[in-house]
Ligand binder design. Sequence first.
Ligand code: NAP
Length: 309
Amino acid sequence: MKAAICTKYGSPEVIKIENIQKPTPKDNEILIRIITTTVQTGDCKLRDLIGVNTSKTNYNPVVKFLMRVMMGYNRPKNPIFGTELYGRIESVGKKVTKHKVDDEVIVMTDVKMGAHAEYIAWPESKLIISKPNGITSEQAAALSFGGTTALCFLRKAGIRKGQTILINGASGAVGSSTVQIAKYFGAVVTGVCGTNNIELVKSIGADYVVDYTQEVIGSGNIQYDIIFDAVGKTTKNNCKNILKPKGKYITVLSGIAMGKQKDLIFLKRLVEQNKYKVIIDKCYRLEEIIEAYKYVETGHKKGNVIIKL
Ligand SMILES: NC(=O)c1ccc[n+]([C@@H]2O[C@H](COP(=O)([O-])OP(=O)(O)OC[C@H]3O[C@@H](n4cnc5c(N)ncnc54)[C@H](OP(=O)(O)O)[C@@H]3O)[C@@H](O)[C@H]2O)c1
């Protein structure tokens, strides 16, 4: 099978397309023919852990060190990146009971990665859902990264109905998910984005929009219950004047969101109720994955970037 392989950390050019052995599923695994996957900021930061910093990695040195211990100190332990995918089951192991051949599934491979390939063997019960009705194959690939991150941080913030929340970076993968999920939880949402994304951010439900090219964040005179920085461009200090006295400031850089099965099920339900739309920007072929990395690393994508296998 073809796969995008990363055997050393560095710039996008370290990624090579190679033919490697197709995996064989174990008894409890399914073999998935991957149809679509994504390149996310997480892939860029991992690829660039000891590198030229093309992804403008904003991990602090301690997080970077811990990431290297976890993901491979000198080179990636798993050379195939990709944290989420949509595909069709091609075969199943002897002990598989929950899935069958031809089922269409969404998997969040998360820190295990392995989605930038034509096939993956995956445990039948781990971070997997059937594809919801009414979404495209591109949206299916990108259901989990932004959505599960948004859920993790909104829970940390303790979001409640009627609260006001300012979401910085509302047009990115995490931000566009957070706007929609915060609305679902009943919050009054102000999305911060650039001029080109104002219509997008309104269209996914933001009640108010602030254009960061026109207004310095933190300089306004409205105060919020929650400020969530979904792109990690502010500090609590920058925002202190627009946070209510008992308000919570939280940034996406303040911890690692791990995927949870219950969150995937939650997102699937939201999609089926038409309350959550996965935003898609550009699509690339696997052979064009270096271009996809470069585009993601501009820091200006809208929602998600897709790889079609
Ligand atoms: N903690 C975790 O577990 C976790 C999980 C996922 C992601 N992350 C991190 O979260 C961050 C965001 O990830 P992402 O994938 O959502 O990013 P992304 O999709 O690449 O974000 C791009 C968006 O951010 C907007 N943007 C850029 N600069 C901005 C600014 N100064 N103010 C407001 N908006 C701005 C861009 O709009 P314009 O084009 O208008 O500038 C663009 O639409 C990354 O650092 C990522 O590594 C952390």
